[in-house]
Design a protein around this ligand. Sequence first.
Ligand code: ATP
Length: 371
Amino acid sequence: MANVRLEAIKRRFSNVTAIEDITFEVPDGEFWVLVGPSGCGKSTILRTIAGLETASSGDLYIGDKLMNQVPARQRDVAMVFQNYALYPHMTVAQNIAFGLQMRKVDRKVIRDRVNSVAKSLALEHLLERKPKQLSGGQQQRVALGRAIARQAKVFLLDEPLSNLDAQLRDDTRAELKQIHQNLQNTTIYVTHDQVEAMTLADKIVVLDRGQIQQIGTPEVIYNQPHNRMVATFIGSPPMNILPAKYKGESFEVCGQLLGIDLSIQEKLQLLSDKNYDLGIRPEYIKISSENINPEISAENTANTAALKVKVKVVEPLGRETLIRANLPNERVPLDFPAPAAVRPNPGEILTVKLDLNNLFVFEVDTGNKLY
Ligand code: ATP
């Protein structure tokens, strides 16, 4: 068993607290992704699990064995870094074999394992090359191959795709997912790329400023974010945030009134004249038919509310058009998709309808979700 358990792990660097009260358990065989903005402590957590960093306090268990005092090389973890860290003077085959040779594994076993790893990663024809004769994607596969050959219980991957170009990144991401499906080893993966987090993870751990914000499946993180940070970090384009004042029966958003259905009002229990942040994902904003036929009024219907926005930038994406707008006379952005054929001009005023069933309400100060 290779479950990885962190209990109240904290790491301070002189006067900086890099991570605080980090507690989670990755069950054996699962693929977890640590995600968050730069400096939030992702690498520090991974390096602490690897034994390259010592926690200031807290306990780390791998396979239910306390690891606090166990040196890195005895932890049975394989770490893959962003910069691959291949040995430049060794061939691909020697790089893959290196960890096994260090462990004095039988030569025939090494040869067989190098061949089988090379086969599974499509590296067979490259075994005699040196790293500098390989592309970035090929080097990354060798780094992965080295980790796989060691048959470590736990894989730790620190932004392994960040040096690859967009296409290769997509391909290698899919490959990684397949490798994990085949090997089923416990994997902890660090990235600041929310697409990687959403597509690869069994569970996502969202971090901000050294603390866990939320742990959940990609679906839960996307649909039920605990706070504004998680809501705006996951999703592309991100969730729109509208500053609003509650007026009893409606929200005032930059001078416009957003009528709220009675049933929602009852659930909300908000304070009159208090400021809130409203959150709505782009897919729940529709361009109103009023823009196409001005005779049709954009009056609020049950569970939708209308807002006027001013078009800033129009981005044709092929399948649809992404419209980046502002609330008129305000710098508050509102992004939303429209059918591919819709191409409004920058500066044009449009009416959009917000699906209030998918509206979030956050407390302004804390960012906590109220609804
Ligand atoms: P990135 O995405 O930019 O790699 P990260 O989320 O991995 O960032 P960490 O590298 O874990 O973040 O760093 C967390 C915090 O700890 C940062 O504020 C960083 O400056 C600080 N930190 C990390 N290592 C050290 C160190 N050796 N000495 C002092 N401060 C450090």
